[in-house]
Ligand binder design. Sequence first.
Ligand code: UGY
Ligand code: MN
Length: 242
Amino acid sequence: MEISALTRSVVKSNHALICPDGHVNSVIPGWTNCKINVLINEQMGAGLCQTLVTMEAEGVISGKTAASQIFFYVIQGICTVNDTLLNAGQFVYFPPGEEYLLKSASAGTQVLSFHKVYEPLEGHPTPSLLFGDSANIPGPAFLGDPALRLQVLLPEDLSFDMAVNIFTYDPGAHLPFVETHVMEHGLLYLQGQGVYMLNHEWYPVKKGDAIWMAPYCQQWFTAMGKEPAVYIYYKNVNRFPS
Ligand code: UGY
Ligand code: MN
């Protein structure tokens, strides 16, 4: 029998691992017929918000971005955004002050969102609404290692103050060094498994897990198992660190 008092989830001062067994639903006005899990939020000390939304057949995600921009990525299923169909692997970015309306086109559609307060930069326009498809985005070798592939989903342009990337590791591949950096991450595993080192603590991780890494949380990852490990992650970029 499983012991319900055990979990891999942890919430620490500069990192968190949130596994599906600990999910408890939230209600967000305008997001209806949806199961909503707020995985990362300022309540834990983060500068971003990250949610996972599982939509029923009539699921709706609607509202208007305020100070925060929102990036939505379809993990599975299909939804519509205005008149555009979004399938798994496709995404939409809403700048601040923009109305958004996503409707489920199949029960069980799962959508990930990253929210960040937009920091304007003089001389650079606020980004516009943007659609994209990860299937059309190249994944060049990361730092020359073809076993690691990095797809950059948002334009590398100073107008954007957030990046969203998909990182693919072949089995046995690992980050080439322990990263120590000012940028923050919010992350969701899309496939596979491995071991993440966060601030010199070691965590087995797999599909469905979310991780928060505060600025300067030291990080390293190695993939395990028989299929590539894939995660999508957020990073704050292109602004003077305050
Ligand atoms: O972009 C990054 O900082 C990335 N290499 N970090 C990570 O995967 N933990
Ligand atoms: Mn990093």
